[in-house]
Design a protein around this ligand. Sequence first.
Ligand code: DX5
Ligand code: ZN
Length: 225
Amino acid sequence: MTISTISHHPPIIAPSMLKCDFGNLDREIERLDAAGAQWLHWDVMDGHFVPNLSYGALVIESVRARTKSFFDAHLMISDPEKYLDDYLKAGLDAITFHIEAVPEPTELLKRIRAAGRQAGLAINPGTPVEWVEPYLADCDLVLVMSVEPGFGGQKFMPQVLEKVKRLKSQLPAQTLLSIDGGIAAPTIAAAAAAGCQVFVAGSAVFDEPDYQSAISHLRQLASAK
Ligand code: DX5
Ligand code: ZN
């Protein structure tokens, strides 16, 4: 099993693999490597926690050895604790699950950390920030959803930036603040100014012909906060 050894310095652009061409997954990973993507963001959906189904641990595991990129899983699934071992085996570097799926997340966050991976907690746009606040010390990453999870290509919800600012003021310095949904050239600078360091981008990378220029443009806009 390969775990990423790449160092990552914010701002980090994390292409959302939900939007890639799955008929050419190898080629997509090669193109992202060549484009300088530091992280790959794997959106796992179960058709239950969210109204869409994507892929699971087997697909992620099958491509783990093809790249040294940091593998960031976003589990939009019910009962993530049942499947944790599969995702650990898949070679993920960070595993994020939703507070709405696991309202008492301490044990699961600790299991992820005990396995030597980064533990993340995600929060939906409509969920009060107070839900995650008691658990911030157990997180390596907090993921703020800026769309309702389930689909790529949705419109960014600027109201979540209040949540981002509040979290930023409370998070330990080493904990990464990530944002996911509708991140693109017109929205990324505001998210960076509010305190985000990791920017998940699906359409803004995969709908562009040149991944390298798309990623470097986003990174540049996120750096100029
Ligand atoms: C939505 C996923 C996102 C999504 C982002 O449920 O978590 O990662 O693929 O896609 P865009 O960037 O197109 O909003
Ligand atoms: Zn995601």
